[in-house]
Design a protein around this ligand. Sequence first.
Ligand code: SF4
Length: 228
Amino acid sequence: MEQKNIIGYSKEYEIKDHPSVEGLKIIEGKSNFPISWLNKQGYCEYQLYLEHMKGIKTQATPEMTHGIQIHKELENIFKESSTPSTFEDAVEASKKEASMSRECFVIAPDYGIRGYIDEIWMTPDEIVIIDDKPGRTPYQSTMNQVRAYCLAYKNMTNEERKIKGALRERGTGNLFWIEVFTPEVEKEIKFTIDRMHGLFDGTKPFIPTKNPNKCQSCNFKNDCEHAN
Ligand code: SF4
């Protein structure tokens, strides 16, 4: 499969910082959050409150640091062996010839989401959007993250080919979860994204987890009044 390094987009947006929520942006007049935040939302919404509303900083865990390092190495190898392309040209060309890209930025101002897809395969028949994760368990949170990437990609391209979301065991070729992005899945992820916007605009409460195992491994446990 041809390797394409996505380096440009036909559309540019004016991006402003949100006045009170760290990391939230205002794009096209609407709040816009990084898709990776869905991973935290599925773990414990209160983490989002502590980090982005209260501004509490935590140290990266050794697992996080290791993950970032592997990610960087793969990205550097990819950049050396790939051909530069704009996003739009890569999508169009893939209707005739398959290609793959890494670190592909997607943004959907209509839904208030943005993020980087770890790897995307574009073939004449289908689009496969892959997120690399440690381990082999598909959690609701990680599935939601991939579903939001699918939604953003679809919103940018009006894609008519089948779109699939997948999770891959980091550092391997093992796709341990894969699903077609159906209208039902799309409806569900839009509902979750709406909830996220409700958290940040104050219309919905940040609900802390009741699972003590999650609190045990949580980086915020020393600063959290709900730790159990
Ligand atoms: S300590 Fe528990 S309740 Fe508090 S943010 Fe962490 S996971 Fe959530």
